[in-house]
Write a protein that binds this ligand. Structure first.
Ligand SMILES: Cc1ncc(COP(=O)(O)O)c(C=O)c1O
Length: 402
């Protein structure tokens, strides 16, 4: 074992080394420590060799793995009831690497047309340039999905459990069966639902992807992504990510891990608030239409009842403002006092977004119209505040439009 004290180091060397690399102690901290080290010391070079060869439980370099990040990965794998998980620097990086692990030039992807706007751009721009073509389908229409799969060379099917922003709920068991029948892998973005509501891997999804920036972390203070999957596919993803390098830092991993501890409590409260608010909005004369899977009027209500826990349908509520021009929507957003206009969701505080201006900005008006995103649509991410305060804020802002 190295003992620097015996070397009688000079001041500059002591400044660099003193206090570092203490011998491991027989203590177990109750909370996972943050390990900022970009590399790890092995006294025994044979062990270092094993670590570089990818031996289980050994860490050698920050881009290959980190103990804090690994703790987060185990937590997400446990919540999603999967063998393993791999963390990424963002939800987009997680989607990128999950897709990359399935395809090569000449292959095809079948994707839901109801995806986060940037995911559509990823498929079109990045995968398009790699020679991987994507066919966008109505993922709830299984005949359409099958027709696209039957054209051949489809290696991946991509959907969101609860879609952004119209909150259509995918029939995961049926889609998994169909996807596997054609030899493709099913990638499910479970960001909106979270494993609290549904665990797509238990219905056959091969990769369960999260923007952990949202509900998993829950406090708007970190950008992160994660994929839960089998141990074998996690290895594939990690081999790719060692080269792509979209890793999550240990500080960020710690924040997500801390957020996860209250995920069930936050989700219970947020879902209950959302049910109240969706019902209130549905009665409001200045609201043309409410999109919430908990409402019997939502086209996915039956699937939501089948797949989600009783009475809990997620915490996003989208709605069309009557005569919803861009000016009227922006005036409504400006009037809000409590609800924050923000390009994110899933935080403890309520946030509202105008998809035309933010998440679906990259699509043309015709493309947005085709998937049902009109000029008057807003997406509310319901927080954990007192629901009466959220409703009062919506009420006063809507009243100014009358
Ligand atoms: C459903 C969904 N998936 C993926 C992402 C991308 O996640 P990130 O912003 O963490 O890269 C988002 C971001 O809003 C999202 O809403």
């Amino acid at each position: 074992m190295r003992d620097l004290r015996r070397l009688h180091l000079r001041f500059a060397s002591r400044a660099v080394h003193a206090g570092e690399r203490p011998a491991p102690r027989d203590v177990v901290p109750t909370v996972t420590p943050i390990y900022p080290a970009s590399t790890f010391l092995y006294e025994d070079l044979d062990r270092m060799d094993a670590a570089l060869g990818g031996a289980e439980g050994l860490f050698v370099y920050g881009r290959y793995g980190n103990p804090t990040t690994e703790a987060l990965e185990s937590a997400v794998a446990a919540l999603e009831e999967q063998e393993a998980a791999l963390a990424f620097g963002s939800g987009m990086a997680a989607l990128h690497v999950a897709l990359l692990s399935c395809v090569e030039a000449g292959d095809r992807i079948v994707a839901s047309r109801d995806l986060y706007g940037q995911t559509i751009t990823l498929l079109r721009l990045v995968f398009g340039a790699l020679g991987v073509e994507t066919e966008f389908v109505d993922i709830l229409d299984l005949d359409q999905v099958e027709a696209a799969l039957a054209k051949g060379r489809v290696r991946a099917v991509l959907c969101e459990t609860i879609s952004n922003p119209l909150l259509r709920v995918t029939d995961l068991p049926a889609l998994a069966e169909l996807t596997h029948r054609y030899g493709a892998r099913l990638i499910v973005d479970n960001t909106f639902a979270t494993p609290y509501l549904v665990r797509p891997g238990t219905y056959g999804a091969d990769h369960v992807v999260h923007s952990a920036t949202k509900y998993l972390a829950g406090h708007g203070d970190v950008t992160a992504g994660v994929v839960a999957t089998s141990a074998e596919r996690r290895w594939e993803l990690n081999e790719l990510n060692k080269t792509v390098g979209s890793i999550l830092g240990p500080f960020e991993a710690y924040l997500v891990l801390r957020g996860i501890k209250t995920l069930p409590l936050r989700m219970q409260r947020q879902c209950a608030n959302a049910v109240r608010i969706a019902n209130w909005l549905a009665e409001h004369p200045l609201v043309e239409r409410v999109y919430y899977p908990g409402l019997p009027t939502h086209p996915s209500h039956e699937t939501a009842v089948r797949l989600l826990p009783p009475g809990e349908y997620g915490a996003i509520v989208s709605f069309d403002i009557r005569e919803g021009t861009r000016e009227r929507v922006l005036s409504f957003l400006r009037s809000l006092q409590l609800i924050i206009p923000a390009t994110t969701l899933g935080d403890v505080y309520s946030e509202i977004l105008y998809p035309v201006m933010a998440s679906h900005r990259g699509l043309s008006p015709e493309e947005r119209q085709a998937i049902g995103i009109g000029e008057g649509l807003v997406r509310l991410s319901v927080g954990i505040e007192d629901p009466e305060d959220i409703i009062a804020d919506l009420e006063q802002a809507l009243a100014r439009l009358a």
